[in-house]
Design a binder for this molecule. Sequence first.
Ligand code: AP5
Ligand code: MG
Length: 216
Amino acid sequence: MATFIVLLGPPGVGKGTQAKILSERTGLAHISSGDLFRENLKNQTELGKLAQTYMTKGELVPDDVTIAMIRDRLIRPDCKAGAILDGFPRTPAQAEALESMLQEFNGQVDTVPVIIVADDELVERLSNRWTCRASGHVFNSKSNPPKVAGKCDFDRSELYQRDDDKAETVKHRIQVYMDQSLPLISYYRDRGKLLEINGMQSIEAVNQTLMEALKK
Ligand code: AP5
Ligand code: MG
């Protein structure tokens, strides 16, 4: 049966950073709902234009649109063995939809690590984040600087600061997480799938903690 890992945690906690490393180390595909929306935006698709109206405000894109996009991604061949889901599900309705989609694809959610850090650390991490245009690799001018300023280490593409990383929007995104995504913690805890991960460590140490926890 295919293995799906759902990474939970508020904006800026390090989901994308950890998902990329986990994907390299486990061979599972990395699916980031935010990256998929940003890719659509870059290509000026109808989906991208619609998503942008929510993303710039720090609001969630409607469930039906998001679920349909993830369904299209899950049917791709690289998800046969499973995937690491980063940013999806984000509402109870998305979690229910994921469960029924995975049944169809002969998979299930195995474990749900939730990364935990202090609130002021989230704001600090996001205000210093730099993201690569080509494929969404993330850096941090303080904690994880690129080798060459302004250039991605992996594909040399330009680094930019996300529109929704402005202080005001970040605060709103954290509030939206509290209001709409926090119920997922008890949803997965009740199903015996939740793993709490201390995110107040270096990127490598968080990854070691995650790998150890996933082995068990
Ligand atoms: P999305 O792109 O998913 O943003 P997010 O959840 O707000 O999360 P972030 O990407 O901001 O943070 P992250 O946890 O990935 O942290 P990162 O690894 O980059 O979503 C954007 C928008 O799209 C949403 O607001 C919504 O509009 C829409 N959307 C997406 N999914 C949706 C859904 N399912 N339903 C509806 N709408 C949806 O790390 C952050 C920074 O910290 C980086 O600079 C990194 O280098 C640094 N860092 C990472 N780890 C550490 C560490 N251990 N120590 C020090 N620094 C670290
Ligand atoms: Mg991310």
